[in-house]
Design a protein around this ligand. Structure first.
Ligand code: HSE
Length: 306
């Protein structure tokens, strides 16, 4: 095999209560990453379509992720990478994670799969570090593994795949303003009051339990973020209005997707998710800010070779 093309999906990180630890994978929307063997050692980004992002390897999330991978293997050849951006950078649905994940999946395939999908997470996280200043795994894990994932942080992190109830759908609205993850992280306080921490870890546990037991009511009650959302939501125009409209249309719950500006809502069934989408359009259209919306099933597969 001399060349592969990878579809690397968009993802929702945090999932309200699980800042930096929870995430899930979306369908249809994603980047395409073409990886080709080259006689010149190392990695070069040769083309980026759809967005103005740096080609220089060390300034590009995919380049940095692949360099981290290549440090761990002996290979006589190098790699050229082309990225077709389907996800807008700074949109909050895992743009940098998708490019990083797609690139390491492609290189790993051309090397004969020396690494498992879980092992690729550490390499893709180097891309996240470049993009946001923090090597968080809550987008790259679902991008690489699919479904819902939970990251237990630590010296030896655990990445745990969680089940998703079959009828769970996500509705995304992307207000087209750019919100850089690094900026959205810089507004966060470094300490949290104990009473908020208690509420938040109860919600994380309850959300995980709800996913395992198909308990939509518990999922709904658990989709509450008392720590990050109050600080970040002020950066997103009409956030409260949008969230209220989504819940009134039947959504189970939701909030900021990743670091924003996109919002996600989880619903039971595709019809409710579509009702939520229509309600979000009705709510946001009058404000005159360009936006996109879509409905997605939870993508169980993650990045795939196409
Ligand atoms: N957990 C990260 C954050 C996700 O919220 O900053 C960024 O996409």
């Amino acid at each position: 095999m001399e060349e592969v093309k990878v579809f690397a999906p968009a993802t929702v990180a945090n999932v309200s209560c699980g800042f930096d630890v929870l995430g899930f994978c979306l369908d249809h929307i994603g980047d395409e990453v073409i990886v080709r063997k080259s006689d010149t050692p190392g990695v070069r980004i040769t083309r980026i379509e759809g967005q103005d992002l740096p080609l220089a390897t060390k300034e590009n999330v995919a380049g940095v992720a692949v360099e981290a991978l290549l440090e761990k293997v002996d290979t006589p050849f190098g790699f050229e990478i082309e990225i077709i951006k389907g996800i807008k950078a700074g949109s909050g649905i895992g743009s940098s994670a998708a490019s990083s994940a797609g690139a390491v999946v492609g290189v790993n395939a051309l090397l004969g799969e020396p690494f498992s999908r879980k092992e690729l997470i550490a390499f893709a996280m180097e891309g996240e570090k470049l993009a946001s200043g923090a090597a968080h795994a809550d987008n790259v894990s679902p991008a690489l593994l699919g479904g819902f994932t939970l990251v237990r942080c630590g010296k030896k992190p655990d990445v745990i795949s969680l089940p998703a109830p079959a009828a769970l759908y996500a509705t995304i609205i992307h207000p087209k303003i750019e919100l850089r993850t690094a900026d959205a992280r810089s507004v966060l306080k470094k300490t949290i009051p104990l009473e908020k921490a208690i509420q938040q870890w109860g919600n994380v546990g309850a959300l995980v339990s709800g996913l395992y037991t198909d308990n939509y009511d518990l999922i709904s009650r658990a989709l509450v973020d008392v720590i990050i959302e109050p600080e970040r939501s002020v950066l997103i125009p009409h956030f409260n209005e949008l969230k209220t409209a989504a819940l009134a249309a039947g959504g189970l719950g939701g909030g900021i997707s990743g670091s924003g500006p996109s919002l996600f809502t989880l619903s039971r069934g595709e019809e409710v998710a579509e009702n939520v989408r229509q309600a979000l359009i009705k709510c946001f259209e009058p404000h005159g800010i360009p936006f996109d919306t879509f409905v997605s099933k939870i993508n169980a597969q993650g990045a795939k070779i196409i």
